[in-house]
Design a protein around this ligand. Structure first.
Ligand code: GLN
Length: 531
């Protein structure tokens, strides 16, 4: 968040920025990690599966990240080992220093001239074993550059102890000591705490950590993450960073865009309740971008969006009405696996019949199609190939309306895969175009006929029931340019029912809400006036 907010502050001063993330864990990318482990997987335009921090970077700066903006120990080591096998190292003994650290330095260095400021965040906590090669690499990186061309910003925790009503600076002193012992002296300290740091504590940290007191920045808890740029500016973060580069901090940044966002968040003209029916409802980070995009939809309409997380399984034993009736709209987010899928089908059916605004994202759209084929066309065993083994175990034969895609084209190139392929990075990933049907709700909402949105899925909706569904008022209003893969579905005689095969939430920004989320919340407001 600090990196993202700093990026926004530097932009507000007219600089170009690029944000990058280095994660010391050993996974090659987070694509195979459970959302419970690591929160949502964020997908870039060019199809990389990355850490959710990249999503924060994009939301704060509006700069689209690239595949090469994130790396991990796993990716760094893979590349070193590949070079070793290729004989690139000419018989040397391969070691963490210099081979791994050189690889990290090369990663950072590659982006060096691509923007005025390149912000590289190193994940994890000082003291983590797998972080060490990264710290060593940045130590060398800084040393090898002219003075004042790099700055180190260290984010630390200043805990508040309720029992003695005291802010404790010791953890900060210790982590800075740890950094100094490996040759790194931070230029700026960002101190996270639940309240603003009093001057006395700031001075103390400055003295013991050998950092200028104006460069000890207080980062208290905020009402909204979108207050961070303005708050951190008030605390002096951008000035401290510019000082490290010996850049004149005048004129001050233009933060009007952020003041406007804050104003919409703090002065809403009403509240709408959106039910999110999903699988990982116990963990906020699992649906981070959905969460944020809903909030952006609220900003677009000047309302507060209250999210009611509902685990989909509850509908398998309980009447959906009990949970859903008090909500003004229903969203089914993306997801994987059979658990809860029948509950999602029921929630989609409830929204269709009761005319409650509905937004199905990726798996959410697939479930809505299964529901429609089952209940409008009478194909009672309609299902998804994704869950075929579960159906077979239960002795059921299914009629797949959602199927495993084996061949498609991306930017004119053919892509092929088989079910036996490895799980990592084998989905339809990244930006793909779609053509919208003129006059449809989708086309009216986007205000254009050709769109491009980011994807992350293995399965696709089969068009074999398209004509029959259209006779029932269900339109595939967005299609892949070859007219084979449904991208958007909508119900004609319904206040607002849209399913999308892609992830629009990834491109929504607080100051530029995604049109579908803005329209969905507008529909929720209309619904709130009815109930
Ligand atoms: N599990 C579904 C698929 O792979 C949907 C994925 C998603 O919602 N991102 O097609």
């Amino acid at each position: 968040m600090t990196a993202a907010a700093l990026g926004a502050l530097l932009q507000a001063r007219g600089y170009s920025v690029r944000l990058r993330k280095l994660d010391p864990y050993l996974n090659v990318d987070p694509g195979t990690m459970s959302p419970y482990e690591h929160g949502e997987v964020f997908v870039t335009e060019d199809g990389a599966e990355t850490d959710l921090d990249i999503g924060h970077y994009e939301r704060f700066t509006g700069v689209s990240a690239r595949r090469n903006d994130s790396t991990s120990s796993g990716r760094i080591y893979s590349s070193v080992l590949q070079k070793e096998r290729m004989g690139t190292y000419l018989g040397q003994t391969i070691q963490v220093i210099p081979h791994v650290t050189n690889e990290i330095k090369a990663f950072i260095g590659k982006a060096e001239n691509s923007a005025d400021f390149v912000l590289c965040e190193i994940g994890g906590t000082i003291g983590d074993i797998e972080g060490l090669p990264f710290y060593e690499a940045i130590r060398q990186f800084v040393l090898e550059r002219p003075e004042h061309q790099c700055a180190l910003v260290h984010v630390t925790l200043v805990p508040y102890l309720d029992a003695c009503h005291e802010l404790k600076t010791k953890p900060t002193q210790h982590s800075v000591k740890e950094l100094q012992s490996i040759g790194l002296t931070p230029d700026v300290l960002v101190c996270r705490s639940n309240q603003e740091l009093p001057d006395k504590e700031r001075q103390k940290i400055a003295l013991f950590c050998n950092v200028h007191s104006d460069s000890v920045i207080s980062a208290p808890n905020l009402r909204s993450i979108y207050d961070a740029p303005v708050s951190l500016h008030r605390m002096g973060l951008d000035r401290a960073v510019l000082r490290a580069f010996q850049i004149d901090p005048l004129p001050p940044p233009d933060l009007s865009k952020w003041h406007n966002v804050m104003d919409c968040i703090s002065n809403p003209e009403g509240t709408v309740r959106v039910a999110v029916v999903g699988k990982y409802t116990g963990l906020d980070d699992a649906y981070k971008s959905i969460n944020e995009a809903l909030m952006h939809g609220g900003i677009a309409n000047r309302v507060r969006v209250e999210i009611c997380w509902i685990p989909a399984e509850v509908f398998e034993s309980e009447d959906p009405r009990l949970q859903l009736e008090g909500c003004h709209a229903i969203l089914i987010p993306g997801g994987f696996g059979e658990r809860g899928s029948e509950g999602k089908v029921m929630a989609a059916g409830f929204a269709r019949r009761m005319k409650v605004p509905f937004f199905g994202v990726c798996l959410g759209m697939q479930m809505a199609v299964i529901e429609a084929v089952r209940n409008l066309l009478g194909v009672s065993n309609a299902g998804s190939e994704e869950f075929i083994s579960e159906y077979e175990n239960a002795g059921e034969q299914i009629e797949p309306v959602v199927f495993y895609l084996k061949k498609w084209t991306q930017k004119g190139k053919n892509v092929q895969r088989s079910k036996r392929d490895a799980k990592g990075a084998t989905m339809r990933l990244g930006a793909y175009p779609a053509i919208l049907r003129p006059g449809s709700l989708a086309a009216r909402t986007y205000g254009t006929r050709r769109i491009s949105e980011r994807h992350r899925h293995r399965y696709e909706i089969d068009i074999k029931y398209r004509d029959q569904l259209e006779q029932q008022g269900i339109l595939f209003s967005g299609m892949s340019p070859d007219d084979i893969l449904p991208e958007i579905l909508e119900i004609v005689d319904h206040p607002w029912f849209i399913g999308v095969q892609f992830h629009p939430e990834l491109k929504s920004r607080p100051y530029d809400p995604h049109p579908l989320f803005a329209a969905f919340i507008r529909a929720a407001i209309r619904q709130s006036r009815l109930v």
